[in-house]
Design a binder for this molecule. Structure first.
Ligand code: AMP
Ligand code: GLY
Length: 422
């Protein structure tokens, strides 16, 4: 099979790595790729947001399957265009991707279909939002969210009314998250453990992946600003078989049925970001694609061939029996540029990646890297995802940290407490 993979992060490198192991793969085009790209993958220099050029490239080359990594091209309707051209695509239509691209849509969808989530209020007028806030006498914290896509940044947890007014101004008046702030969603604050549950979906069927946990805050002990993700591990010890069953029954399958009944059959990964509250799992957010960096900690545990699973989802014929997991644990530590998530320098030379990969069970996925002749350079905030498998989390974690210590570039920083303190 000829596959076109779209995206440029660590998630996509993990997808490329796993797809490259498939005996069914005859060609892997990767647009645009990153410094981790190596044969059999071939680079296609089109950025993930250029849906027009991607659709034209696919029309010309007729891949057997297009695998879309990030949310932006899905929200821009790439999947719809490819389907209109008769090209199989793993990744939901624009209508189905609204579960991620509009937080307001997602909240109302949960209400329509009886899916457990925290209470919410939504506003499109800044005046109405301010008046509501002035009259609010309920509990804090409150969570204020920009409605649209904001690269994980448009979520502000407010401890009191003054912080909430400031968050409202940042989102709706100063437009710090751009168009994402056209509407505002205010949410009840949920307490508990977080978990990421991802499911392969083919429109009607869903197969859950083992639960993962990511670490969004920049500093050890979950302090500091939010980031795109500083590390992840799988499985999450907070989600046993019974809870998995409950999430499938009360969240994932109702979401699939709801999407189908609203005319947007859901094909791709449905990512449920959950809070495990005292009254059961509740949806914090839906994403319409694989998580980053969860994917890097989940896919290495997949014992089956990924390609027929993705193709099955795209064609509406996912076979649950084709999805098997190894009884291992996996930990991913994200190596970042100094200063991230604030401003950071690029083009620092990276050394030690091969040496790191000699630690047993380790694979190093590239995120923000690029190659220049035979040098490997930093090209983003999140640079490398050092991933290790082990028979348990403890082993996986110590291997990941042993490997991370072998990698050097100026300013390198990473959390020391991914999957618990080593
Ligand atoms: P989101 O991008 O919507 O997942 O939000 C980012 C992070 O903010 C989540 O991983 C949670 O840690 C936190 N968060 C979002 N919504 C809530 C909520 N309603 N209650 C508590 N924490 C939340
Ligand atoms: N790890 C969170 C996300 O992918 O959105």
């Amino acid at each position: 099979m000829r596959v076109l993979l779209i995206g440029s992060g660590g998630r996509e490198h993990a997808l490329a790595w796993k797809l490259s192991k498939s005996p069914l793969l005859s060609r892997l085009d990767w647009a645009p790729g990153n410094g981790g790209l190596e044969p059999p993958a071939a680079a296609v220099p089109i950025p993930a947001e250029n849906v027009q050029a991607l659709a034209a490239y696919a029309r010309e080359t007729r891949p057997d399957l297009v695998v879309v990594g990030p949310e932006a091209p899905l929200a821009l309707g790439l999947s719809d265009r490819l389907q209109a051209d008769g090209i199989a695509v793993f990744g939901p239509s624009r209508g189905a991707a609204r579960l991620e691209s509009s937080k307001r849509f997602a909240k109302e969808f949960c209400l329509r279909h009886g899916i457990p989530a925290g209470g919410h209020w939504a506003f499109t007028e800044v005046g109405a939002a301010r008046a509501w806030l002035d009259a609010y006498t309920g509990a804090f914290p409150l969570v204020l969210k920009a409605d649209g896509l904001a690269a994980g940044k448009g979520v502000l947890i407010c401890e009191d009314a003054a912080q909430a007014r400031e968050a409202l101004a940042a989102i709706m008046e100063r437009r710090e998250f751009g168009e994402a702030g056209d509407a505002l969603v205010v949410e009840e604050f949920l307490e508990g453990e977080e978990a990421s549950l991802l499911a392969f979906c083919d429109g009607t069927r869903a197969v859950l992946m083992p639960a993962a946990r990511d670490h969004k805050r920049a500093l050890d002990g979950d302090r500091g600003p939010n980031t795109g993700g500083m590390g992840a591990y799988c499985p999450s010890n907070h989600v046993g078989t019974e809870l998995q069953g409950e999430v499938l029954r009360t969240i994932v399958l109702p979401a699939l049925r709801g999407m189908a009944s609203e005319g947007h059959p859901y094909r791709g990964v449905l990512y449920a970001g959950l809070m495990l509250t005292r009254s059961g799992p509740k949806v914090l957010e839906f994403n319409c694609r694989f998580g980053d960096p969860e994917t890097q900690a989940v896919l290495p545990r997949l014992a089956s061939d990924l390609l027929p699973i993705l193709a099955g989802c795209a064609r509406g014929e996912l076979s649950p029996a084709a999805v098997e997991w190894a009884r291992t644990a996996c930990v991913t530590v994200v190596l970042c540029s100094g200063g991230y998530p604030g401003p950071y320098a690029k083009d620092k030379e990276i050394r030690g990646v091969e040496e790191a990969a000699t630690v047993p069970g380790v694979v190093v996925f590239h995120a923000g890297t690029r190659r220049e002749k035979d040098r490997l350079l930093t090209a983003g905030g999140r640079v490398l995802d050092v991933t290790a498998l082990g028979h348990d989390l403890r082993t996986a974690r110590s291997r990941a940290y042993e490997a991370a210590a072998r990698i050097r570039f100026e300013g390198v920083q990473y959390r020391r407490d991914i999957a618990g303190r080593p």
